[in-house]
Design a protein around this ligand. Sequence first.
Ligand SMILES: N[C@H](C(=O)O)[C@H](O)COP(=O)(O)O
Length: 360
Amino acid sequence: MQKQPLLLTTGEPAGIGMDVVLILAQENKLQGFGRPIWVTADAEAMQARAEQLIAAGVLQSCPSWQIVDAQAEATDFVEAVAQQSGEDASANTNDFILLDVPCGAPVIAGQIDINNAIMVAQQLEIAHKLAVTHNVAAIVTGPLQKSALIDADIKLLDGTMFSGHTEFFMQQSGCDKVVMMLANQAMKVALVTTHLALRDVPAAITKDNVRQTVQIVLDDMQSKFGLKNPRILVCGLNPHAGEGGHLGMEEIDIINPVLQEFIVKGADISEAMPADTLFTPRHLSDCDAVIAMFHDQGLPVLKSHGFGDTVNLTLGLPYIRTSVDHGTALDLAGRGDASATSLYQALVMADEMASKALAD
Ligand SMILES: N[C@H](C(=O)O)[C@H](O)COP(=O)(O)O
């Protein structure tokens, strides 16, 4: 039986999203999953980017794709895409299927045009619909420019500012809470808070938030990574994990009481540890994942151990979503200098998780 597709969004058309797809196609790396690869992009822009990369000497020839019109109304579209692509996929010799999402303005590599922000948001809506209806096995997202969506006044479902894929898919799925995790060969780091100004972090470290984060990490480490009793280490919020209350009370008042609830129930999880020494080989070699309290407590450490080979994933969604670890790299778009390694790792992880979910 044909395995379900992986849906890849190319994101910001002026960035390197299309470049890295084309590079992987040329390296025959889209074809090895035994699954169709569906790619959302503007078909004309994809053709133009391929020609640019051929002119730059990066592509020897133009990869092949089959174009599917993604402009139909939502419900018809989901069925039409699934049917058309599904029927053709078994005999398909194309590198990928391109779900055509037209841009509002001509695409110039490296130059953001906020008239194309709607097209970026449409890609995410299409991805969500296909994933939540089980028409694709997983979503793999390319980079978008958050500021372009914000400048174009594109909001999340709850009317707040567009802060990222993570929050977009969370709200579309009706989840109260999801967890951002980044993973590479060195470590996996999950975050209690994500895209939040530093001054707002302490107020967001609540018992509920810590409890929900830990529960989602434990659940998904089992269901998506197949680890029956994962070992989790947790960072404190303050220097020295609060130094017994002298450098902050969040560990004593909030974090440790919640962690104790899980310890009492048998979870293999630490109490709050000083973040500066947690990320050392002695501790990392003894754990499956780290939970950090905020974005720049955990991610700089992780990315310093493998930027370019790191995968961003969202835990707690009703479907699998992985992503690249880099941004739009506007200065590299259309030039052929972009690295496709993170996108490849994101595809590999999505494929493995999808296979595991099916096996379970
Ligand atoms: N925090 C993410 C990272 O460091 O890779 C990045 O901003 C992407 O976030 P979303 O997946 O929510 O767009």
